[in-house]
Ligand binder design. Structure first.
Ligand SMILES: NC(=O)c1ccc[n+]([C@@H]2O[C@H](COP(=O)([O-])OP(=O)(O)OC[C@H]3O[C@@H](n4cnc5c(N)ncnc54)[C@H](OP(=O)(O)O)[C@@H]3O)[C@@H](O)[C@H]2O)c1
Length: 309
C-alpha cells in the first residue's frame, strides 16, 4: 500500500482507503444489502490488518456504520491509529449539529474526531450555519480538521468553489471517477493549489461499473498491462490514484475479494495521462448514463465550472 499526505491535515493516508457506507446494517439502505455485522467487521479487518488501509470514511447518516467501525478497530492491533473521517448533516440549528457530533464521538468511541466533514454541503445557508458550530468544537479539541463533501448535481461546481475559496475547509470530497472525471480537471486542482486534502467518493463509479459494464471481458485492457490493472474495477481505481489532484480514493465494499483486489491496485505503478484518457473514452463510449436522473453530464458541469473558476 502506498500512502499520501492528505493536504494540510498532514495525515499520511493509504491512497486506497475504505468507504464506510457499505458497512452499515440497515436492510435496504444503499450499499448495505446483506446488513451482516460479522461481514462488516471482517471487511474492516481485511482492509486494515491485511491490506494496510489506515483511513476510513463514514458518516453519522450511515446508520450503525460508525459503531461497527469502532467495534472492528477495537479488536485490531493498531486499530486506534486508523484515521477516521466522518460527517454530519448541515443544519441551521446549532444544537442539532452539536448533537450529531456527540453521536459521532460516542459511536466511534473516540474523544475527538480526526476529520469532520459537512455531509452534502451544497446548501449554502445550512452550510454557513453549521461551520461556526464545528469551528467552535474544533477549538475545544473535539474535532481536529474540517472538510466538506458534495455528490452529484448542478450546484456542485459553484458551491465547491465557494467552499475552497472560503479557506475554512481542510479537505474536500467530491464525486469524481473515470466516468465522471470533470472535477479532476476543474474544481480539485483549485483545492490542491490551496493546500486542501482531496478525497474521491464513488471511485468505482458508485456501482455503475458493477451494474452496467455489459461484459467486463469485452474491454481490451492490454494497454494497461504495465500498471498491473487487469479488470475494469482495478482500472477505475488506478485512474483515481494516478490523478495528481486526488489524494485518496474510498471504494465502498464489504466483499473480501473486492477489498483485496482494490487495495492491490496501490502498487506504485500509475497511469500515464495518455492511458488515463484512453480509459475515460473507452468507458464513456460504452456506458450509457443518460437514463440516470441524478447524473449531471460532464460537459454541463465543465461549462459551469468553467464559469466559476
Ligand atoms: N456525499 C457523500 O459524502 C458520499 C456519497 C456517496 C459515497 N460516499 C463515500 O464514498 C464511499 C464509496 O462510494 P460508493 O459506495 O457510492 O461508490 P463506489 O465505491 O464507487 O462503488 C461501490 C460499489 O462498487 C462495488 N465494488 C467495489 N469494489 C469492487 C470490485 N473490486 N469489484 C467489483 N465491484 C466492486 C461494490 O460492490 P460490492 O459491495 O459487491 O463489493 C459497491 O456496489 C462510500 O462508502 C462513502 O464512504 C460519500
Amino acid at each position: 500500500m502506498r500512502y499520501a499526505i492528505l493536504g494540510r491535515t498532514g495525515f499520511s493516508v493509504s491512497e486506497i482507503s475504505l468507504g464506510g457506507m457499505q458497512l452499515n446494517g440497515k436492510p435496504g439502505f444503499k450499499g448495505a444489502e446483506s446488513g451482516d455485522e460479522a461481514q462488516a467487521l471482517e471487511a474492516v479487518r481485511i482492509a486494515v490488518a491485511e491490506c494496510g488501509v489506515n483511513f476510513i470514511d463514514t458518516a453519522r447518516w450511515y446508520h450503525d456504520s460508525q459503531k461497527r467501525i469502532a467495534r472492528a478497530l477495537d479488536g485490531l492491533e493498531g486499530g486506534r491509529d486508523v484515521t477516521i473521517a466522518t460527517k454530519v448533516s448541515p443544519d441551521t440549528r446549532a444544537q442539532a449539529v452539536r448533537d450529531q457530533v456527540e453521536v459521532c464521538l460516542r459511536d466511534l468511541r473516540r474523544d475527538h474526531i480526526d476529520l469532520m466533514q459537512i455531509h452534502s454541503g451544497t446548501d449554502r445557508e445550512k452550510r454557513d450555519a453549521t461551520v461556526p458550530v464545528l469551528l467552535d468544537l474544533r477549538d475545544r479539541g473535539m474535532l481536529r480538521f474540517l472538510g466538506v463533501t458534495m455528490g452529484y448535481g448542478p450546484k456542485v461546481p459553484e458551491q465547491a468553489m465557494a467552499c475552497i475559496e472560503s479557506g475554512v475547509f481542510d479537505t474536500i470530497q467530491l464525486h469524481v471517477n473515470v466516468l465522471h472525471p470533470v472535477f479532476a480537471r476543474t474544481v480539485l486542482p483549485a483545492a490542491k493549489r490551496r493546500g486542501m486534502g482531496t478525497l474521491a467518493m464513488n471511485p468505482q463509479c458508485g456501482g455503475y461499473l458493477a451494474k452496467r459494464c455489459p461484459d467486463p471481458a469485452r474491454y481490451d485492457l492490454s494497454f494497461l498491462a504495465d500498471t498491473g490493472a487487469t479488470t475494469m474495477h482495478e482500472a477505475a481505481l488506478k485512474w483515481c490514484v494516478s490523478s495528481d489532484c486526488i489524494d485518496v480514493a474510498i471504494p465502498g465494499s464489504k466483499n473480501p475479494e473486492h477489498i483485496r483486489s482494490n487495495c492491490a491496485v496501490s502498487n506504485g505503478r500509475y497511469l500515464t495521462s495518455e492511458q488515463a484518457g484512453t480509459l475515460e473514452h473507452l468507458l464513456a463510449d460504452t456506458i450509457d448514463t443518460s437514463d440516470d436522473w441524478d447524473w449531471t453530464p460532464n460537459e454541463d458541469l465543465e461549462a459551469m465550472a468553467g464559469e466559476t473558476l
